[in-house]
Design a protein around this ligand. Structure first.
Ligand code: ADP
Ligand code: MG
Length: 371
């Protein structure tokens, strides 16, 4: 639990233990060129530590954004990563460097990329229900750990859940704690927004954020992983927000063809408008969907391979007959984006841009967000 003196009114923790190195990053690391991803203010590249030969992901974060100093936000991200270092499903922070303009986070490299790619992949490459059960357990294990430590992630989406390897499907790593907050000071957190399709109804109605806000996003995430469809995506952002506030979800047999009714029940326990009535991470971990009886015959996708779900403590990788090949993002999910990426640098599937705010007060919120 952070010392209140190191926590701002917005739940930001700025006291960190990691030594921030001022010597040149390139003296200790070789950048090997491959860009792993990018957001509005960050670029993530593969690098090799010269001393060990080990591969890492270097996240380069600009300290000034839109003319404002955002060093404290980056320290908050570091503090959260430090607080979660005991959990294997939260990406590990190795080192931190600082230059005049940037802070560089040297992170464990999750070489399998974003689960997004598999969510939108064609049938053969898409997750099986068994895969989703195993990965959902790991995500929940990581998120339960954060919640036990009073941390909310606030931006859980398929681009921020990575895999240690793509084929066979490895284990998950939760990344991007740029919006995370410490819950000890909850009242001031209400202005923060995550990514439109994953945003919980309480954010749209300006009610306080809580750990339940992440649980909503896990409901959306699970829906996308199982069906390849984004449950609240409308033709316009207004429609998306309306769908969210009305909890307008398609649970039809068509959409959930071949997926067990326990999976649907699990999602229904999370896509609940009242945050107090939403399942917690611990409750989810005890849900029968994630704890199949040894001899039960829950049906899963007919064309899917059957593989027992692994235990949380023993991360297991699946065997896949297919050869690695990058699946192309599907157009339906090509619109996933973030308020934080608005008008920004993201390209391709992250190029989603909201020109008009869904509610009159949103521009003020975005000002705060864009920092
Ligand atoms: P942003 O705040 O800009 O969204 P992220 O931390 O989400 O920054 O990083 C952007 C992208 O970079 C991620 O969506 C992912 O594709 C890639 N990435 C981030 N961290 C890692 C990592 N540790 N290993 C591999 N890829 C990463
Ligand atoms: Mg991100």
């Amino acid at each position: 639990m952070p010392d209140p003196a190191t926590m701002s009114k917005k739940g930001m923790v700025t006291k960190i233990h990691t030594r921030i190195r001022a010597d040149p990053f390139t003296a200790s690391y070789d950048l090997v060129g491959k860009e792993l991803g990018r957001g509005k203010f960050a670029v993530v590249k593969t690098c090799i530590e010269k001393a060990s030969g080990k591969q890492y992901a270097a996240k380069f974060l600009r300290k000034r954004r839109k003319g404002a100093d955002c060093r404290m936000d980056i320290l908050n991200e570091i503090a959260v990563l430090e607080s979660a270092k005991a959990n294997p499903y939260v990406v590990a922070l190795h080192e931190v460097y600082e230059t005049n303009t940037e802070i560089i986070l040297v992170l464990e490299c999750a070489a399998g990329g974003e689960i997004f790619d598999q969510c939108v992949a064609d049938n053969d490459d898409a997750f099986t229900e068994k895969d989703v059960i195993r990965l959902a357990k790991q995500i929940l294990n990581g998120v339960a750990f954060l919640h036990r430590n009073n941390v909310v992630h606030l931006d859980l989406k398929p681009q921020n859940i990575l895999l240690t390897s793509a084929r066979p499907i490895g284990d998950i790593r939760i990344v991007d704690f740029g919006l995370s907050r410490c819950m000890d000071n909850i009242t001031e957190v209400r202005e923060i927004l995550g990514t439109p399709e994953y945003v919980a109804p309480e954010i749209l109605s300006y009610e306080p954020i809580s750990t339940a806000t992440d649980m909503w996003s896990i409901g959306v995430l699970t829906y996308v992983m199982l069906t390849g469809e984004s449950p609240f995506q409308g033709d316009s952002k207004q429609e998306t927000f309306l769908n969210i506030s009305q909890v307008n979800v398609d649970y039809s047999q068509d959409t959930f063809e071949g997926i067990s009714s326990l999976a649907v029940d699990f999602i229904k326990s999370l896509l609940v408008k009242n945050p107090r009535k939403r399942a917690t991470a611990e409750e989810c971990l005890n849900h029968p969907w994630l704890n199949p009886l040894p001899h039960s015959h829950s049906h899963s996708h007919p064309h899917l391979h059957t593989r027992p779900a692994s235990s949380l403590d023993e991360p297991e990788t699946s065997q896949s007959e297919s050869e690695p090949e990058s699946p192309a993002p599907s157009p339906e999910l090509g619109l996933i984006g973030s308020y934080l990426t608005q008008g920004g640098l993201k390209t391709g599937r992250d190029a989603f841009s909201f020109s008009d705010p869904p509610f009159p007060t949103l521009p003020e919120i975005q000002q705060e967000l864009i920092c």
